[in-house]
Write a new protein. Structure first.
Length: 633
């Protein structure tokens, strides 16, 4: 009989609980040398060409073909070229130029060129990672095409919960592997499930002999060379390996990217598996060989995702782990449960309280940490997919060099760059999530050479259907002018040049593109219609009877949404003109109250000011018609 129950099998079909099943099947997939691959594909090179992706003088990605020269991301492009005997193919990232709201590639240009005209000076350009985010979205869409249980871990990696797909492939006749179509025992199992003739807590039948012939895709970690399929968890892993293989093939066939994958019961072990063999490989770690995998392949507690860096080093210090074999050391020294580990951690923190060795961990964190260490050393730390929400904030910034930002003109030129980048990223998010995303808050930070930070916050006002870079330029320019007026000149002659400048947008309003106002707000949404005698309320549910394409400023009705949107764009242009050139008294963007205030103010000024002769005034030296005039496009 099997060691698993019907409950374990059926739990795989649950979106929220499949990771808790002893039959759980998780995968981690990452793209091999992603940035370098993206440039190799874009420029038409082969996988045998030694590509490195360059940012200024640094290497940010090394293709596997280039690694044979002993090159890593720690190398500068100069040292890497020397190591390879100038055989490398360096490709610089895309860049924004100061004062431009779009990025572009300058292929063949970079710091490795002796010709200065073919270099990309960091003081005039800003790196753009938008091309890689674009390719990442394409890859992610392919994963989502195959499964709705996907977590985007970073720009080049995902986690997959394969439980539901494995469950469906096992118990649905149409999608079962052809090699098992005639498996009579499997047919009986399916019939029992479909008829509901089982006890949820009863054990599953023995795996049919025919199912033991299922093929795995990739390399199965099998140090003892035993039969691969003995119980139902092995069957699930075989199906899972086929599913991941299909996804990886789809990515390579459609986009040209190779990937590496790990398949295991937990996310942590699956991530180790994807890194085990590279490039273009797939490793399956069966439950019965998890501890052999953790102990026999040079892994340590710091190899686990989230246990690197300072936290991992402090754990090793507290537990006095050996230089190698720390996972096995933890498992063997605390075999009876996490409580003993918890007590020991608290004791060691107290012993080292007067030293500087422990700065991150304290006794408030040891209970959860001890449970995690106990489980993770056994390959059993269970973690669900993280359904990440849409980002809460977004930033574009530039670390300045030399004369990058010596005055307000330079600062607003960089704000143009930030505006283009932020607009593109919002549009990408809108496409990815099928939502309308509008930020409400804009924060501008300016850092001086003395590391003093100046901050201004503004409310983002968006009055038309589509975000444009000019929306951000307008608010960013105002915030920068405020900072400049308050801090430059007699008050602070050392304000420029700036060390850093950034814009952060946050407090996003998110709307479903397929919903109307009534869908989003229900019957609370009401529409006011004017009649000859009075104004009456009409419930939102009756809105189809009304002409919604009406301009409230001009009191004009339009037959189609397209005509209405074009008219709204006309008002946007008027508002932009008002912002750049000043508001005139006949502006249609003024309310009655605003018009009265403007007219009264002008009349008062007229009463106090003597008449002027009709002479042309000579512009004073250094005067400007307004900072925005330098950046009108």
């Amino acid at each position: 009989m099997s060691q698993f129950t019907w409950k374990d099998l059926i739990q795989l079909n649950s979106d929220s609980k499949s990771y808790l099943s002893p039959l759980s099947c998780m995968a981690h997939v990452d793209v091999n040398a992603f940035f370098a691959q993206a440039e190799q594909i874009r420029c038409g090179y082969t996988r045998d060409d030694p590509i490195v992706c360059v940012q200024w003088n640094s290497i940010i990605a090394v293709s596997y073909a280039a690694r044979k020269y002993g090159i890593s991301r720690l190398d500068t492009i100069g040292s890497a070229m020397e190591k390879s005997g100038n055989k490398l193919i360096p490709i610089h990232t895309a860049v924004f130029r100061r004062g431009e709201d779009y990025w572009q590639y300058h292929d063949g240009c970079g710091s490795w060129n002796s010709d200065k005209s073919k270099q990309i000076p960091a003081n005039l350009y800003k790196v753009s990672l938008d091309p890689y985010r674009r390719e990442s979205r394409k890859i992610f869409r392919i994963f989502r095409k195959h499964s709705d249980r996907v977590e985007k871990a970073s720009v080049d990696e995902v986690f997959l919960d394969l439980g539901k797909l494995c469950f469906q492939r096992l118990l649905t006749e149409d999608i079962i592997s052809k090699s098992t179509e005639n498996c009579e025992s499997l047919g009986i199992l399916r019939e029992i499930f479909q008829q509901g003739e089982y006890n949820i807590d009863s054990t599953l039948p023995t795996v049919p002999e025919e199912l033991k012939l299922l093929n795995f895709v990739g390399d199965v970690y099998n140090p003892e060379n035993k039969p691969l399929i003995e119980d139902w968890d092995d069957v699930i892993f075989a199906i899972g390996s086929q599913l991941v293989g299909e996804m990886r093939d789809d990515i390579e066939d459609s986009l040209g990217f190779t990937t590496s994958a790990g398949i295991a019961r937990t996310k942590y072990v699956a991530k180790l598996g994807s890194n085990f063999k590279k490039p273009d490989a797939q490793t399956v770690i069966l439950n019965k060989y998890v501890q052999d995998f953790l102990d026999g392949e040079s892994f340590d507690i710091t190899s686990f995702w989230t246990f690197g860096g300072k936290i991992g080093n402090e754990i090793c210090t507290l537990l006095k782990t050996p230089e190698t074999g720390s996972i096995k050391f933890i498992r063997e020294n605390w075999p009876d449960g996490p409580q003993g580990l918890h007590n020991y951690l608290n004791k060691r923190i107290l012993e080292l309280s007067n030293t500087n060795e422990i700065q991150t961990l304290d006794s408030s964190k040891t209970e959860a940490l001890s449970q995690k260490l106990y489980d993770i050393s056994r390959g059993k730390f269970l973690l669900p997919l993280n359904e990440k929400p849409i980002v809460k904030s977004m930033m574009s910034n530039k670390n300045m060099r030399k004369d990058s930002c010596c005055n307000i003109i330079h600062a607003i030129s960089w704000i143009e760059v930030f505006s283009g980048e932020l607009t593109a990223r919002i549009k990408e998010l809108e496409q990815e999530y099928s939502k309308l995303i509008v930020p409400k808050t804009v924060v501008l930070l300016a850092t001086t050479l003395k590391k003093k930070v100046y901050r201004k916050t503004g409310h983002f006002i968006h009055n038309h259907s589509e975000l444009t870079p000019k929306d951000f330029i307008q608010i960013g320019t105002k915030l920068m002018q405020d900072i400049d007026n308050e801090n430059y000149g007699a008050k602070n002659s050392f304000f420029y040049p700036l060390l850093n400048l950034s814009i952060t947008i946050s407090n996003f309003e998110i709307f479903d593109t397929n919903k109307t106002i009534v869908d989003m707000f229900g019957n609370h949404a009401k529409i006011l219609t004017k009649t000859t005698n009075n104004t009456k309320e009409v419930e939102g549910g009756k809105q189809e009877e009304l002409n919604l394409f009406c301009c409230k400023f001009c009191n004009i009705n339009f037959e189609t949404n397209k005509e209405f949107q074009e008219h709204k764009d006309f008002h946007v242009a008027l508002k932009l003109s008002d912002a750049m050139n000043g508001i005139s008294e006949d502006s249609k963007n003024l309310t009655i109250g605003e018009r009265r205030l403007l007219l009264n103010k002008k009349r008062k000024n007229f009463d106090k000011t003597p008449p002027k002769t009709n002479k042309k005034s000579k512009g004073k030296r250094g005067s400007t018609p307004g900072i925005l005039s330098f950046f009108s496009k």
